[in-house]
Design a protein around this ligand. Structure first.
Ligand code: NAD
Length: 439
């Protein structure tokens, strides 16, 4: 979808007008193109804890420079050595002198220890403080800069490569202000980081268009065979996507009584397993609660939440998700912040978060991870249909002053689906350009 304001603001005349009037200045975000390195330029690493040295080693192995004067493409701070509030001064000491030395679309990553993993209350207090710092940097630095906090559990030091690659690369263009938790896990490093999903079988629901289509295309780019699922009415665009990416098309209404069994039959007969399940299919049926008919509530809850539960249960009961399996569900910012006219939708999307968080420990025993992504304003048919003022507010009220693209959600899902992301489970990652709404 076209965002004429962003196009205008990126012309020389537009830039001048926008500056003079103090309007939002959306920078054209740099996005990943095949062949791009995950990390380029100079990334400055500061702080002193258990991660600074391994991170420097990793960055060198990726071909990044880690010393020298700015401008920098990234700033990484290892805060795991901070054990009390006085120690937080180290954040100021590292970031203050270089706060204006980041290139456009720069990357800030702070590494910490989750408060529940800390040795004592003082350390936990200081580590919790990192969240406020990082979220403010995301709102303050501007020019397409993203800022994230990664809590790395003790023992998970070897499990962070996929996360650092993602957060430092243009793949995370629209992810900012997030807290990611990485736990200890045995990580299978991909032989080829440009094809981390080689040999994997993936299911993407709602793949005929929009975000689902982008997810299917990206998982195929990363090497997976993708089974693209959508309703029979979307059969034509569905086949076009599946053919284009050499995947397969499966016409199926997820609310049909036999849908779980048909999925079980499909995967057991054709592939013997399914490694990656992406629950993307979703609908809106907006109305204020007083005006909402019961069918609007029922059909929405069935598509957006109950069908995910039925499909997961059936695939797990049939033992089709092997160790190393990945489930990623698409939630929404509405599920976090709530939204007028969306009691049904927000309840379903908050339910998706509940599903992911409650299943994570259960599935950990099987070596399967389950995570959610929560998109904010993404340029799709769904958002194109909004009234213009609501649409403009959604587009601009975030740190990037623009809407995200379906590919931004897809890149985030591809990162979570990677075999190298074994340490990430029960996480909810917003793809919202750091929306001003919600936590
Ligand atoms: P979309 O309407 O363009 O695509 C959704 C797809 O799901 C369609 O192809 C549709 O046919 C399919 N689908 C619907 N019901 C189905 C069923 N019963 N069985 C099988 N397939 C079914 O929507 P989108 O904007 O691409 O959104 C994709 C997901 O992202 C949804 O879960 C949505 O709630 C979520 N989301 C979108 C945005 C946004 O800004 N676009 C923001 C937050 C969350």
């Amino acid at each position: 979808m076209s965002d004429r304001y962003t196009s205008f603001a990126n012309t020389p005349a537009g830039r001048a007008v926008v500056k003079r009037l103090g309007l939002p200045e959306p920078l054209r975000l740099r996005r990943y193109q095949p062949g791009d390195p995950d990390v380029a330029g100079t990334v400055l690493v500061g702080g002193a804890g258990r991660l600074a040295d391994p991170v420097r080693k990793l960055l060198r192995s990726l071909g990044a420079a880690i010393e020298g004067d700015g401008p920098y493409t990234g700033l990484i701070f290892d805060a795991t050595g901070i054990t009390d509030s006085a120690g937080l001064r180290a954040l100021y000491d590292f970031f203050h002198p270089v706060a204006r030395s980041l290139r456009p679309c720069g990357r800030v990553v702070v590494l910490g220890t989750a408060p529940q993993d800390c040795a004592n209350p003082r350390e936990a207090t200081a580590q919790r403080a990192l969240e406020g710092f990082v979220r403010s940097v995301g709102k303050e630095f501007g020019r397409g800069t993203t800022a994230q906090l990664v809590y790395v559990a003790p023992g998970a030091e070897d499990a962070i490569e996929s996360t650092l690659r993602f957060l430092l690369s243009p793949k995370s263009a629209y992810v900012s202000g997030q807290v990611v938790r990485v736990g200890p896990a045995h990580v299978d490093q991909p032989k080829d980081w440009t094809k981390p999903l080689d040999g994997k079988i993936a299911l993407v629901t709602g793949a005929a268009r929009g975000i689902g289509e982008a997810i299917a295309r990206l998982l195929a780019r990363d090497g997976a065979h993708v089974v693209c699922l959508d309703v029979p009415a979307a059969g034509q665009p569905l086949s076009a996507v599946a053919n284009d990416i050499r995947g397969s098309a499966l016409q199926l209404d997820l609310t049909a009584a036999d849908a779980p069994q048909r999925l079980v039959d499909h995967f057991s007969e054709r592939h013997g397993r399914v490694d990656i399940v992406v629950h993307n299919a979703g609908i809106t049926r907006d109305k204020t609660l007083a005006r909402m008919s019961e069918d609007k509530w029922d059909v929405l809850m069935d598509v957006n939440l109950s069908s995910q539960e039925r499909v997961n249960d059936a695939l797990l009961a049939a033992d089709l998700l092997p160790a190393g399996g990945r489930i990623v569900s698409v939630s929404s910012m509405s599920g976090i912040a709530g939204n007028r006219g969306q009691t049904n939708y927000a309840a379903s999307k908050a339910g998706v978060i509940g599903l992911v968080q409650s299943y994570a420990p259960v599935l950990a025993d099987k070596g399967v991870t389950i995570n959610a992504v929560a998109p904010g304003f993404i340029e799709t048919r769904m958002t194109a249909a909004m009234p213009i003022m609501v649409r403009e507010a959604g587009r601009r009220m975030n740190s990037m002053s623009q809407g995200g693209q379906p590919v931004d959600v897809a890149e985030t899902i591809a990162w979570l689906a990677s075999p190298a992301s074994a340490g990430i489970t029960g996480n909810v990652v917003r793809v919202c350009g750091q929306s001003l709404l919600g936590a």
